[in-house]
Design a binder for this molecule. Structure first.
Ligand code: C5J
Length: 221
């Protein structure tokens, strides 16, 4: 069984046949100017900067032939799956469902809702559309993991303290052994990322482990 010896807070073992990588929300809506993230007033450049690292992680994972799951945060075109609290939150002039430079903000099928081209899902890879921050809420993710016998999950994606951390906490409560690939995730706020990474691995991996893309790569070599 591969081991990431340098994982924090202590080595992480993962059975190859029962481990999946979950890449959270690497969508144009969060990563490119003109999307939902930018509409909320965020500078997206920190998120754009991790695209090459995430691409490297995906390439290593695919080469090892391991299951790869991508998530997208979005809503149906009629917004029937968007709670009013989410729709009205904030003081942005561009809200969920409004037409933006990349199509309707955070709506399924719109250009901005797709993955950034470098990180597109390949045929056969599972794509989970999720209306919430967590990847388990109102999705088929748990059933899909059960069907594949998955017990261990590696996480990357954006943003660290919102959708990534929420999904990892949901997974942890469901009994999955989780690891965050810390250079394959990013936040608009560096201090929030740093705090999320620390709180995940604190108290003896209370939510899970952390490691870098190089450390994951070395464990798979
Ligand atoms: C946010 C996400 N930040 N993918 N979504 O609204 O983290």
């Amino acid at each position: 069984m591969p081991t990431i010896s340098a994982a924090r807070p202590y080595p992480y073992n993962f059975p190859l046949e029962r481990t999946a990588l979950v890449m959270i929300d690497m969508q144009r809506d969060f990563i490119e100017p003109g999307g939902f993230g930018a509409a909320l007033g965020n500078d997206v450049s920190r998120l754009t900067a991790i695209i090459p690292t995430v691409a490297r992680l995906l390439a290593v994972w695919r080469k090892a032939g391991l299951p790869l799951i991508h998530t997208r945060e979005n809503h149906r075109p009629d917004l029937s799956d968007c709670p009013p609290a989410k729709l009205t939150r904030g003081n942005s002039s561009l809200r969920i469902g409004d037409p933006g430079p990349m199509g309707r903000i955070l709506v399924q099928g719109e250009p901005g809702n797709d993955f950034v081209p470098e990180l597109a899902a390949l045929p056969g890879e599972l794509v989970i559309d999720k209306p919430g921050k967590g990847a388990f809420y109102a999705t088929t993710l748990q059933d899909e993991l059960k069907a594949r016998g998955i017990t261990h999950l590696l996480f990357g994606g954006v943003t660290t303290e919102v959708c990534v951390q929420t999904s990892m906490r949901e997974a942890n409560d469901r009994g999955y052994e989780c690891l965050l690939v810390e250079d394959a995730t990013e936040s608009y706020f560096p201090e929030f990322k740093a705090a999320a990474v620390e709180m995940i691995r604190a108290q003896g991996a209370i939510v899970g482990w952390t490691a870098t893309t190089d450390q994951v790569t070395a464990a798979l070599a």
